[in-house]
Unconditional design. Sequence first.
Length: 750
Amino acid sequence: MHIDYKSFDILQSLPPDLLVSLNVDETLPTITTPYTTVKDFNEDDLYEPIDLVFYNTEEFSATGRTFLETGKYTNFHPIYNKKEYDAFWDKEETRRKEGLTLPAVISKRDDGSYCLQNLHITGEHYGYLNFALIKRVSKKTLDAINDKIANGEDISELSDQKETSLPQFFDSDYYYFKAIELARKKGKHLVVGKARRKGYSYKNGWLAANKADLVRNSTTVLGAYHADSLYPEGTMTMADNYLQDIAKNTDWAKRRLLNREEFIKFGFKKNDGLGIEYGFKSRIIAVSFATNNPGAARGKDSDFVLLEESGKNPLLSEVLSSTLPTLGAGVFATGLMIVFGTGGGEDKQWEGFEDLMYSPSADGFLAFNNIWDKDSRGTECGFFVATYMGKEGFVDRHGNSNVTGAVDYEHKMRAMKKKSRKATKLSDYVMEEPFTPREAFSRNSSGIFQQEEFEEQLRRVQHDPDIKAITRSGNLVTVKGKVTFKDKMFMTDAELKHYHEPITNFPLKKTDDPHGCFVMWSPPYRDRMTGMIPENLYRIWHDPFAIDKDGKNITGRDSLGVFYVYERNNIYTPGKGDRIVAAFRGRPDSTDEFNEILFKAADYYNAIIMFENDRGDVKNYAKKNTRLHQLADEPDVVWKKALQTNKTGRNKGISINMNRKLDGVIYARDWFGLKRGQGENDESLLNLHYFYDEPGIKELLRFNLEKGNFDAVSTIIVGQYDIKEQFHTEIEKPSTPEGDEDNIFNRAYY
């Protein structure tokens, strides 16, 4: 299930004569789960897949193979061989419920010899292999592909029409069905991130049909944002097709009470005029959450919920909030939810899915060890199926994925996409055919800023407990004439009425509170002797918004006000500065309210404000409140240029024209890329690794010079000119107050 998965290579390395002589070792335990438990950094359980070498798995499909060869599952007649006929179907029903165990894994004993070990597959998997007809590449073509791969030949020219057949045993499917079994046993739900074209509409259509066909009075809900993911060509239609096949080809046919495109219910009514429902009374319901109906599945008293194409559901978080309570009773899980989808497309659609994939335990979902993303072991993730797993043409007849071959093929495909003139063609392809969850949820980027490093930093900011521990949000308040920071954690109920949650999205969502709040990663440094903040240690960079606007009508299309508190290079603070230590992003009801917060931050950090002076009302506010001394003068290089055009007085702030913007972007990229140390594993630590502003990172990943509001980037550009202007300005250590010269802390050591 990971890029170092070698089951295919191990099987290929074994001599044919050894394979045909393998015997079952009954002293070895049956493999009932392919998952082992490891601990995360908080000592919570994470589940990690165990690599298995599959062999002779075709025997799990013996019943289905009979159907493909003869057109029927059994030759026993329902009347003339009733006893044998009933016994056959009873046995198959038991297998659909309990699964099947066969010798299907090659194991290496301690003495170095090989043997076969028994493997259990789930009932749902057994039913899928034997009763779920799908459209797939023909066996003839798959054999031809495998032969070409074995001989090192190119497969890109091969083509074929799909045929209707039963599924082949794939390792990735085995792990998926076993993950479902594990989630049920643990009373958890399951979130699945995957590459495109993995056949999940077939698998999940079968799960829905199987539940309705086997469990009386059960309710299965199939949900998606867009109804076309459900019918007429989606998962609901797949489920209906399977139920029709069962009715036509097996002994499990059932009458239907309701048979609509979006609602199926089994059962019957007697012809007595009473309208009483009898029979199985299981049902499948399909619901759409578009355009703004996240509660569509609420109140359905579900046993099983499948959320389709969740990477295209901008309401996923709200859907979970309204639907998960229907699958539990108190502390007990009474049903199972599976959320699955892919990345790709607009990130505002899949951000909720991304959050769930990277923090599944927060919502009661099964947490797997993140063995896919670089340096992420020990952190949680949802169940992930990379493009190289179960990829048709790169799976042997036993179901082992040829990871090396699939990865080589994908690298060639990526090289082809890279040649395209369309900048997003490669990134779109990578998101839909990812090697890692990080690739699945990468953001389209201009490539100006360090995309790979910022993607990794975004995950750290979102999930690293150490970063979360230093991130504080609250209000700047004036107490006895001095500005102080009031952390949300310590606010009274009355104070919380004036608190607004920090903005973490870019762009802003309709449901986000646009007001914003002050976020701090490091409080101001104060001199140990005087308790004062050194002059020139802190600077504030600010990009104002243009005009007042009703806060309720702010959307992602509107500009927000942003300011960052920057700690200059210094010899005083533990981190030695050159980093952003606090931020505010938002759009309060008026520019005056924003400016009040801005100048409170300047007071709190004893900072000077460098701002973009082409818009906003910063200077006028400062004039009215006698605070001009807290505004930075126009940078020297800009001022000297202005003198050449016969201007006399030095202005406040800086004007950013297109040329300065272009230069500022380059300065910012270089600043983020500055090396400032080595990590525990000898990796380079850059300035960007000390940038903890989540929406700011998202903005940098989406930045382009053509269109869009990039307020954080504009603020950082302002800051780059300020850094250059202040390069030679000395940071002044606070002087000892008069009369304290003889204080014991100020005396010489000798």
